[in-house]
Design a protein around this ligand. Sequence first.
Ligand code: PMP
Ligand code: GLN
Length: 391
Amino acid sequence: MVHPVYADLPTTIFEVMSGLAREHGAINLGQGFPDEPGPLAVRQRAASESVEGYNQYPPMRGLPALREAAARHYARFQGLDLDAGTEVTVTSGATEALAAAFLSLISPGDEVVLFQPLYDAYLPMVRRAGGIPKLATLKPPHFRIDRAMLEAVFSPRTRMVVLNNPVNPAATLWADEDLALLAEFCVAHDAVAVCDEVWEQIVFEGRTFKPLMAFPGMRERTVKIGSAGKMFALTGWKVGFLCAAPALMKALAGAHQFLTFTTPPNLQAAVAWGLDNSADWFAAMPGDLQRSRDRLTAGLTDAGFKVLPAAGTYFLNVDLAASGIDEPDHAFCLRAAKDHGVAAIPISAFYEEDAPTHLIRLCFAKGDGTLDAGVERLARARGQPNPSSRP
Ligand code: PMP
Ligand code: GLN
């Protein structure tokens, strides 16, 4: 009756923790979404497009205005030269873009290289498409790769590599030399790289984000995925981008047309406008989030927590063991949400095997008051371990 991938699939940890936060009235530092409502002008544009604009089916690959704006955006920020007509498709969020990529580019039995920790949507979708996951594990605190690690997971049957950069949940940015090494393996094995780069606009300390597509040999074999939800702090909008050379795009668009076919045109038009008119927003966002990261880090450090460095995304990780807390991540997070009114995400949820159980992820895209209250509640949670909540 039920496909084996879905038979025992648990509910995603983001929904579980947000559900607990709602139930217990907890501060939600778990699921990644900002407190603030997103740029007013972009939201106003969506409103006026809903009232005065065109609200019937837009073209299957997306409004030309948005595809052109996305191509300009990626030229401006990442030096890419994408043809809006043949190399950009608009999707209903990055999630749909990932599904389209896996469904259209994986054949049963193809090996797919992925890196742990991994965003929780990847494995079920890869498996449902018939792919055989080959997992390499990035180790805290630096989450780097090396040649031996890649040699262990690549084989003549490798068809695809899935890269997430910046990394959710590790909050790291892949080093240039690691990207170059990965590109070398993709070329040598004639593999496609599916690059989930939804956090591309959120990197700190003035770092620049480099797409894998820009590395030698990768232009024709990369599927680049973006998310306007992340770019504009509008996570509920679910407007995403697929970017790829025309031969790949033909297959991707084939899958997209029977997943969602199109994405709401009012939101597409607003994002198109936003991409061309948000220089101030894009300039300010990383600095604003960096200040929030630093505030949360300082508060947690003062409260005796050991915080891992965060170079990108709006997440940071706390090392429970190094903070003197001898409790598995999942048990700590359940207790923190239920008994102390603060939700976090256990990092073990991002692993299929050999999961570390001493790290939790916190979202800092929140107002100062929320962050301060979150620290206070986490400090209370650390003070009162409750052995009965352990699994
Ligand atoms: N990939 C990663 C790594 C993410 O963190 C997220 C959402 N936070 C997504 C994909 C999904 O993006 P969207 O909401 O645009 O579907
Ligand atoms: N990507 C978001 C996060 O990491 C959650 C998205 C979702 O709930 N599916 O928190």
